[in-house]
Design a protein around this ligand. Sequence first.
Ligand code: MG
Length: 251
Amino acid sequence: MIPIKTERELEIMRRACKITAAARALAGEMVRPGVTTRQIDKAVHDFIVSQGAKPTFLGYGGFPASTCISVNEVVIHGIPSDRVLKEGDIVSVDVGAFWGGFTGDCAATFACGNISPAAKKLIEVTEQSFYEGIKFARQGNRVSDIGHAVQSWVERNGFNVVRAFVGHGVGEQMHEEPEVPNFGAPGRGPRLFKGMTLAVEPMVTEGTYEVRVLKDRWTTVTADGKLAAHYENDILITDGEPEILSVPEGF
Ligand code: MG
């Protein structure tokens, strides 16, 4: 069952998503050479708590922090640590805030100081692929229409989309139905209806789309050690254009 949110539920969820987006923006501002990923995590944690919300990721499946911070070849689920960010790193931050019974979940990849042109292009193509995908996130379309558009954009630009992890419904739970893959043929999967809320999250690689999970059971890296980027927003399906919920303004 794919949950359909009422207008009342959406009012709450908008706030949860705005807090989440503001937390992502804060993390992005902190990305610079010399900062540890743990410092970023701590600031994000304290910000979320200051908003009367709870960090959704903390303790989720046993995850030990409030953010996932994934540097360079780490695709997702990097654990904040004493690692010091260096000039040229690309830093993906994924965060969730639970407020009023609903959660936001969003991510972006940030440049640490000056980065290579290739890394810059990877970040830009990843972000744009989200916008290409959500052009198809409309009532009456099917879920795979989104992923098909994401994949087409990414591959046209010479990169690849991760297959092993996908987007998802989001709401009272961080992971709800349906799965939202970033690849595949169009016209498949559940039909989209007004009131569905989805986390659309392209994970894009410079090289192979194959990934592996390290011994800590979280850190997910590209199989070939090349760079990866991530971009995620929560969206609401409407009878027109989708509404992006994870925007940092107006709360
Ligand atoms: Mg997600």
